[in-house]
Each structure stands twice: as structure tokens, then as C-alpha cells.
Design a protein around this ligand. Structure first.
Ligand code: SF4
Ligand code: SF4
Length: 385
């Protein structure tokens, strides 16, 4: 059986990148596992409770910055990225239409966890097969995709896939940030890539645009204020002071990416799996809110949205209806859905009813003012005649 020092690791690395490209990854980089420079930042983030009720983040502690504690024997991380921007990029306009449910771009197609994990596993199998062919049988690997114990942005940065932007996502000068990341932990001492120069400079556009001021300092996101966290991760009631700021965002938020100048250079995805499902994309809040649990499960089969469950889905949509322009239909559906799911959803429905009723009063008082004005003008016209 071959020993590791008889393997041409440079050639193997070259092949890994070619196999990764053939599997549909736009970039493959390799990093070592020394992330100690990120530990202080991670500890401060946890100490500030910026992780909210994602208690698993605290439970994993520094394991996140120590890949070989998570998977013993790991020597390198093969970091990959895959574009997800769909060809029809007319998403931002839905943010301006208060009666449409805005769903984050990455979530409109098939569940990326499944797509990326399967391809990473295939990459691991390719490596194992190539080394088995030369009698080396000790290869071990483990794929991760958006997995809590992995510090994916720090790893991607080390592997040269991009730099971490002030919004805390990975950015690339040629590709922007509309891509998924995945990691293959492996026990081979492959040659590593170098980090690239950061490109945020003096820009603060993402910090300024954030609807809830969740980017509390450059590179520091308070998850408790972030709409992605509030609509996807948090199982608690959404804080009332943040609800009006969420607008019609019912699953995730893209604002910090939409405004980022580097996303002008983003490529669209070649994966049909990530193309938007019509049943989710650009749908009215009323249509989405009227789904039964069975319809929700059927329409989100194979989608990342299914992971949040029906209760959070209804909770989020109730908030968005509260933020929508007033309509009788909104009030009627809110009333009809009360008592159908849970007390938590009902609390959000009650809030939405209050918002809609206040808008109705405001609208009626504006109409009365308008009518008074018209009467005054008409009287004046009669006198002058
Ligand atoms: S996803 Fe939205 S809420 Fe979260 S940091 Fe970005 S802009 Fe702010
Ligand atoms: S918007 Fe500006 S500051 Fe924010 S990530 Fe993009 S380049 Fe960096």
C-alpha cells in the first residue's frame, strides 16, 4: 500500500480543482485548518449574544474554529462555491410591492444543502477512487454545507474564494456574493491557496441599507436584528419594534447583497435546480397566507423553505400583511386564519389586524379630508361664477 509521501499532492490538487469544476462548482480552494485568528472575533460575537436563540452556536463554541476537533484527523478544508443567481433577476421590484411576499433569492429553488452536499460527496469519492488506484486507502473526508459547527466564511477567505464583506458574507471580485459555500474536510496534506485582498474599502452601503440596522459595526451582524435570522432561525415571537421594518420580507432578506457594488459582476447560475419555482416567486401575500399546512408542505417539497415549518411561515406572512397597504381582503383573511395554527401565529395576526385597522382609519380620514377640500373648492367655484 502507498504511503502519503509517495503521492504527487500538487498533481492531485490540480485534479481536485478540475473535478470540482466538472461537478459544477465555480471555484475550488484549499485552506489549512488554522483559524485561531478568528477565535477572538467569534468569542466576542457569542459574548454579545448576537447569535440570539441559536443556542447550538454557543454549544459548538470554539470547535467552529478548530476543524480537527470537529472531525479528528482533518488536515485541510476543500472550500467550494456555487452560483445561485437565477437568470430572471427581477426580484428587487417585489420589495416595492407591499402585497407580494418577498423570498430571499437563494431559497426560491431546490434546497441547496442537498445539491451541494451530493456534489461534495462525489468530489470526495473521486479523490478516494484516484488514491485507491495507486494503493492509498487511508483517505477520509466529510462534507459540510451551511453547517452550524463550520466557520464557512473564514474558511472560504483562507482558501482564496473571496473576502468577508462588512455584511459578514463572502465576496468575490468576479462573482459578487450570490453563491453558496460548501466544505470538504479531508485528511490529506494538500498544498493550500492564499487569501485574496479585501475589496470593501471605504464602502458602507450594506450597513446603511440594512432595514433593521443589524450590521452593528463592520463585519459584525447582530443576528437578533437580522431579518434572515428573524424569519428563518428564530422560533420566538418577532420583536414588535422590528416588525414594521421587515416590510414584505417573509423568508430571508437580500438587501445587503442587493446594494453591494460587487454584485454587478455576479454571474447567473447554470443550475436549473436553483431556478425559482413559480408557486413561490412573486406570489401575493394573500395567496401564500391562505395555504393549508398540506399545501405548504407540497409546495415547498425539496425547498429550503420547508425547513422552517408551517408555523413560522404563517407567523412571517402575518407580519408582512400587517405591513401591507390596507385592504378589506387582508382583514378578512387575517380573521379567517385566526385560531388555525398556534397561539404564536395568533399573536402576530392580532398585531397585523391592529396595523391594518390603523391604516384603514388613516385612509378614511384622508378620504374625508379630500372630500372636504373638494366641497370647499366647489363652493368657491359657485361663488365666483
Ligand atoms: S440580511 Fe437584511 S437584515 Fe440581515 S444584515 Fe443583511 S440587510 Fe440587514
Ligand atoms: S456593500 Fe460595500 S461594505 Fe458592504 S460588503 Fe459590499 S463592498 Fe463591502
Amino acid at each position: 500500500m502507498s504511503a502519503i509521501n509517495s503521492i504527487d499532492l500538487v498533481e492531485l490538487t490540480h485534479n481536485i480543482k478540475a473535478w470540482g469544476a466538472a461537478l459544477g462548482f465555480q471555484q475550488v480552494g484549499i485552506s489549512d485548518i488554522d483559524l485561531h485568528q478568528h477565535e477572538a472575533h467569534l468569542q466576542a460575537w457569542l459574548d454579545n449574544d448576537y447569535h440570539g436563540d441559536m443556542h447550538f452556536m454557543k454549544a459548538h463554541g470554539m470547535k467552529r474554529a478548530r476543524p480537527d476537533e470537529l472531525v479528528p484527523g482533518t488536515l485541510r478544508v476543500i472550500s467550494v462555491r456555487m452560483n445561485y443567481l437565477p437568470p430572471d433577476a427581477s426580484f428587487a421590484k417585489h420589495l416595492k410591492t407591499s402585497d407580494i411576499g418577498y423570498i430571499s433569492r437563494y431559497a426560491l429553488g431546490r434546497d441547496y444543502h442537498k445539491v451541494l452536499r451530493k456534489r461534495l460527496k462525489q468530489l470526495g469519492e473521486k479523490i478516494t477512487a484516484a488514491l485507491s488506484a495507486i494503493e492509498y486507502r487511508d483517505t477520509e473526508y466529510r462534507p459540510f454545507v451551511d453547517s452550524a459547527p463550520v466557520l464557512e466564511h473564514a474558511i472560504a477567505e483562507k482558501a482564496g474564494l473571496g473576502w468577508t464583506g462588512k455584511h459578514s458574507l463572502t465576496l468575490n471580485k468576479e462573482a459578487g456574493s450570490w453563491f453558496f459555500l460548501g466544505e470538504l474536510f479531508i485528511n490529506l496534506p494538500l498544498p493550500t491557496d492564499s487569501p485574496i485582498e479585501e475589496g470593501c474599502g471605504s464602502c458602507t452601503a450594506c450597513m446603511t441599507i440594512c432595514p433593521t440596522n443589524a450590521i452593528v459595526a463592520p463585519y459584525k451582524v447582530d443576528a437578533r436584528r437580522c431579518i434572515s435570522y428573524l424569519t428563518i432561525e428564530s422560533g420566538e415571537d418577532i420583536p414588535e419594534e422590528l416588525r414594521p421594518l421587515m416590510g414584505n420580507r417573509i423568508y430571508g432578506c437580500d438587501d445587503c447583497q442587493l446594494v453591494c457594488p460587487w454584485n454587478r459582476y455576479a454571474d447567473v447560475t447554470t443550475e436549473e435546480d436553483f431556478h425559482p419555482r413559480q408557486v413561490l416567486h412573486g406570489q401575493s401575500l394573500l395567496t401564500l397566507f391562505s395555504w393549508s399546512e398540506e399545501t405548504f408542505l407540497a409546495n415547498t417539497l425539496g425547498s429550503p423553505i420547508r425547513r422552517i415549518g408551517y408555523e413560522k411561515w404563517q407567523r412571517n406572512i402575518a407580519v408582512a400583511i400587517g405591513n401591507a397597504d390596507f385592504s378589506e381582503d387582508n382583514i378578512a383573511l387575517l380573521k379567517a386564519q385566526r385560531g388555525m395554527v398556534s397561539e404564536q401565529v395568533d399573536r402576530h395576526i392580532d398585531w397585523a389586524m391592529t396595523q391594518q385597522t390603523a391604516k384603514e382609519h388613516h385612509q378614511k380620514s384622508e378620504q374625508r379630508k379630500q372630500q372636504r377640500l373638494i366641497r370647499v373648492i366647489e363652493k368657491g367655484l359657485v361663488r365666483d361664477a
